[in-house]
Design a protein around this ligand. Structure first.
Ligand code: FE
Length: 326
């Protein structure tokens, strides 16, 4: 009896010192952050990695008995969905409010952007003079017929990009642009940004849209990789930015520990890891980006609150479908 009580008490204590993280991020990218947190705090982290859809479904199904303390995922569209499904709890933290700019977090503090990803125009340095490039909308111009590569519209990154365009340009204009993109495609849509960048390097197409960290990784492996980056829409709406972010799970048994972890993710130390290892932009503006990223210079971002992308996601998906963007 005593022994049973003792072991119960032990497991409760072990649980109190363990943080359970559900993550849709690549485990390899997240690991250095988790290791550093364990080193600093002595807290063990249990990590469950799955796709966004699987994680959200699992959190919903587990309900109040979920072991999850923290949800980490990419794209405001996914974070917005988690809020809609009531899977996150609001978190009041002066540290997070100081470290993370307002347009990169949920207005009601259910989630906080921890790194910024910019989705912009990429092009063949050998085939495209940079002076030919201007905006996302311009990629619908017939001058790019048979020269454009795009990733699939099934990817939330493109749904968020189109959602932002709908917010800025309105639905009719955005639909005309997306139809123009489809008409300009050099080949079938790609399943990932890396394949798209390699297709540009290989001459299969000349121009495309990608997240900057994919290009940064290719450049880290080969400084001569022949694809350039162009900051889109600098005279108008700015570059489409999105976040990877984190929030406290609705039924966390350790909200204080979850808060400590989120505050750690926003700290200088963790933000440097996001930049140096993941090659994303730090969300905390006090932290300097990696040198490859810095070499692209500063840019004007689109500062509509990123949660807009979530709100318009379903409409954006329907629009892309109507426009024949697969
Ligand atoms: Fe990605």
């Amino acid at each position: 009896m005593l022994a049973a009580l003792f072991s119960l008490a032990l497991s409760a204590e072990a649980q109190a010192d363990t943080l359970t993280v559900y993550s849709a991020r690549n485990e390899q990218l997240l690991k250095p952050l988790l290791d550093q947190f364990t080193k600093n705090s002595g807290t063990q982290v249990q990590l469950l990695t799955a796709s966004e859809a699987a994680l959200l479904a699992r959190l919903s199904a587990e309900g109040a008995s979920s072991p999850a303390d923290v949800l980490i995922t990419v794209d405001a569209g996914n974070l917005w969905q988690a809020v809609q499904k009531n899977l996150l709890q609001p978190l009041a933290s002066g540290v997070l409010e100081k470290n993370i700019p307002a347009h990169l977090r949920d207005p009601a503090n259910h989630w906080f952007g921890m790194s910024v990803r910019a989705r912009t125009i990429v092009y063949s340095k050998a085939r495209v003079p940079a002076g030919m490039l201007s905006t996302y909308e311009d990629l619908a111009d017939p001058k790019w017929r048979g020269k454009l590569c795009l990733r699939t519209s099934k990817k939330v990154y493109n749904q968020s990009l189109v959602a932002m365009m709908m917010q800025d340009l309105g639905e009719a204009k955005t639909e005309a642009v997306v139809k123009g993109w489809v008409a300009n495609l050099a080949t079938d849509v790609f399943s990932d940004d890396t394949a798209l960048l390699k297709a540009i390097a290989a001459g299969q197409c000349q121009v495309g849209i990608a997240n900057t960290y994919y290009l940064a990784r290719l450049l880290q492996a080969d400084a001569a990789f022949p694809v350039g980056l162009f900051w889109a829409n600098q005279a108008t709406t700015g570059v489409h930015v999105n976040v990877s972010g984190a929030g406290v799970a609705r039924h966390s048994k350790n909200p204080a520990l979850a808060r400590k972890f989120l505050e750690f993710l926003s700290s200088d130390e963790a933000q440097k890891i996001y930049s140096d290892k993941d090659l994303e932009f730090p969300a905390n503006p006090a932290v300097a980006a990696d040198s490859i990223i810095k070499s692209w210079g500063s840019f004007k971002p689109n500062v509509i609150n990123v949660s807009k992308a979530g709100e318009l996601q379903a409409a954006a998906t329907r629009l892309m479908d109507r426009a024949g963007y697969r």
